[in-house]
Write a protein that binds this ligand. Structure first.
Ligand SMILES: Cc1cc2nc3c(=O)[nH]c(=O)nc-3n(C[C@H](O)[C@H](O)[C@H](O)COP(=O)(O)OP(=O)(O)OC[C@H]3O[C@@H](n4cnc5c(N)ncnc54)[C@H](O)[C@@H]3O)c2cc1C
Length: 408
């Protein structure tokens, strides 16, 4: 069986690796003409995502590039701590949430693909795919090339071409009302009350902009900022915002807040090029014939979920298991959907709720600081953990055969 994986990001590269483990050949076709080395910001890789990576023998290798992140601390614009609680419940296997640069995660995955002799073809933008008579798929690329395969996995991200090939009525991603930028501050000295502690991720509700930061082992401080913007910005508009423009905007957005944003901005040699943040309420159709979508193409969660990469990795391992154990590709896809849909849609919804609190107006701020956060803090103190066992405790049992239960 040969699989064509469209998209060489986190979902696509992991899918090809997982398929190789299941004994299925895969070729990755990536639209960009080169690797995304050095591109992107940082993300939290949840313990459930690390568990899925460990199935592929890559858990320790990835976490060696990051640092464990045990605690989340929330503050308001005055720097007053509103709540502090564990990132995730303790797992019996000791796996912990880690913070990693997206490019480091991607580099480990690319090296693992190379070590498994998985071909990755760059400069291959999929433009169309049709069922092959008798089964399989014929895929066509922008450069005029075409490829035949027994199945096609669309891991082509938020603006997935495969999604609309499968279902021309598929929804577009939903803009969440937030922009995103950030940087790596080196040599920034924060005032003692804002000192970043190892293992803690700080989330600060500025009045006009949300700020997150965490201390890396080399003493640099990794940060991001989410300016609220009613309308999403077009590609050209985003590209037109220079690093200096971002510095000016961020200074203005945090002016009057007692947060260390200016120190982080000034201490960073570069500011990430900004991007809009999106999620998907629901994508009704994930597969048709021998084509399926995974990762952000199927179910992007807002960055506030902290689960996008982890969900993509879980998808990859689950799809490979289903293909290994099913009698046909459509049966494998149906089994995959029955194992994944409810879980990923719950994560998308949770990410939407987390993200909404980032843009509170004056009244909502008071309710948040005086009512909601004290409740959250006291619940965390009572239970000693977040209630998200279902999320962070997830384990994919690779060895056990899948009993696929197709959707009715
Ligand atoms: C600001 C921000 C913060 C985030 N924070 C977190 C976090 O804390 N924790 C977390 O787990 N996740 C986080 N995420 C999400 C995470 O990065 C993604 O969810 C994850 O990488 C899965 O992506 P993917 O591989 O499905 O898509 P992508 O990474 O978008 O990859 C898609 C690939 O497909 C290629 N492609 C697109 N179209 C075509 C085509 N037609 N033909 C061929 N190739 C194509 C693209 O070039 C790209 O390489 C965050 C995301 C953002 C934006």
């Amino acid at each position: 069986m040969h699989a064509l994986v469209v998209g060489g990001g986190i979902a696509g590269t992991t899918t090809a690796i997982a398929l190789a483990k299941a004994g299925i050949d895969a070729t990755v076709h990536e639209a960009h003409d080169r690797d995304s080395e050095g591109v992107g910001g940082w993300l939290t890789l949840a313990s459930n995502g690390i568990d899925a990576l460990a199935t592929l023998g890559l858990g320790a290798e990835v976490t060696a590039h990051g640092h464990p992140t045990r605690t989340m601390r929330l503050s308001n614009h005055t720097g007053r701590v509103l709540a502090e609680f564990p990132m995730a419940p303790e797992r019996p296997d000791g796996l912990k949430v880690h913070t990693v640069r997206r490019c480091d995660l991607h580099r480990v995955l690319r090296a693992a693909a190379t070590a498994r002799a998985i071909p990755v073809r760059f400069g291959k933008r999929l433009v169309d795919a049709t069922p092959r008579p008798g089964g399989g798929v014929i895929a066509r690329f922008a450069d005029g090339d075409h490829v035949e395969a027994d199945l096609l996995v669309g891991a082509d991200g938020l603006r997935s071409a495969v999604r609309t090939i499968i279902d021309p009525a598929a929804p577009a991603a939903r803009y969440t009302g937030l922009l995103n930028t950030g940087g790596y501050a080196t040599g920034a000295t924060l005032p003692p009350r804002f000192r970043a502690d190892p293992g803690v991720i700080e989330f600060c509700f500025g009045r006009n902009c949300f700020l997150g930061y965490t201390l890396a082992p080399d003493s640099s401080i990794w940060w991001f900022a989410n300016p609220a913007a009613r309308q999403k910005l077009g590609r050209a508009e985003l590209a037109a915002i220079s690093e200096d423009d971002w510095r000016r905007r961020l200074h203005a957005l945090f002016a009057g807040d007692e947060l260390p944003a200016a120190t982080l901005v000034d201490g960073s040699a570069h500011i990430f090029a900004g991007w809009n943040t999106y999620d998907f309420p629901t994508v009704r159709t994930w597969h048709r014939d021998d084509m399926i979508i995974v990762g952000d193409a199927a179910h992007a969660a807002s960055p506030a979920s902290g689960q996008g990469a982890s969900m993509a990795i879980e998808d990859a391992v689950t799809l490979a298991r289903c293909l290994r154990d099913s009698t046909s590709v459509p049966a494998a896809f149906a089994g995959y959907e029955s194992l994944r849909r409810a879980r990923v849609e719950k994560v998308v919804e949770q990410g939407r709720r987390n993200g909404t609190g980032k843009t509170a107006g004056p009244i909502a701020r008071v309710i948040r600081d005086r009512v909601i956060m004290p409740m959250v803090a006291s619940r965390a103190a009572r239970t000693g953990a977040s209630p998200s066992e279902w999320l962070f405790g997830h384990h994919i049992d690779w060895e056990t055969p899948v009993r696929a239960t197709p959707r009715p």
